[in-house]
Design a protein around this ligand. Structure first.
Ligand code: FES
Ligand code: FES
Length: 162
């Protein structure tokens, strides 16, 4: 097991952490760094509520140990906005109203961001595939997929990263 990083790179900041290397990244984010946007759903890798980006790729932070992150960049839902402005994905979810209770929303936003950065114009089926592991217990999948399509449009229109 790697030594714990003295510094965790998260949302563009270098944050000192004291947690043991075996602690789940989700706990470190929420309990040590107060980044509570990332949600604890199942704790078993099944729901996607805890999705964050590590080196740009979506991972379930409940299943990743702090020691596995090393010096790779972590992005949580708090890190999606840029220069005080919500990202195209965040604005699209608001515009479409792609949430009810909102518990799945941070994980959906992060997963959708990863999808659109890799595939700027996914079909509805491709988006559904990419978000398949993110569960919405409110059943809001129709609006979520509509929001992904709208986010792709916004990013294209504005010429900015999703
Ligand atoms: S809390 Fe991590 S996948 Fe459900
Ligand atoms: S909006 Fe409630 S879980 Fe998705």
């Amino acid at each position: 097991m790697a030594d714990p990083p003295r510094i965790l790179r998260v949302n563009g900041d270098r944050r000192p952490v004291r947690s043991a290397p075996g602690r789940p990244l989700l706990e470190v984010l929420r309990e040590e760094l107060d980044l509570t946007g990332t949600k604890y759903g199942c704790g078993e890798g099944e729901c996607g509520a805890c999705t964050v980006l590590v080196a740009g790729l979506p991972v379930r932070s409940c299943q990743v140990r702090l020691g596995e992150v090393g010096d790779r960049d972590v992005t949580t839902v708090e890190g999606l906005a840029r220069d005080g402005a919500l990202s195209p994905v965040q604005r699209a979810f608001l515009e479409v109203g792609a949430f009810q209770c909102g518990f799945c929303t941070p994980g959906m936003l992060v997963a959708a961001t990863a999808l659109l950065r890799a595939h700027p114009s996914p079909s509805r089926a491709e988006a559904a595939d990419a978000l398949e592991g993110n569960l919405c217990r409110c059943g809001g999948y129709g609006r979520i997929l509509a929001a992904v399509a709208r986010a792709a449009e916004l990013a294209r229109e504005e010429g900015r990263e999703p």
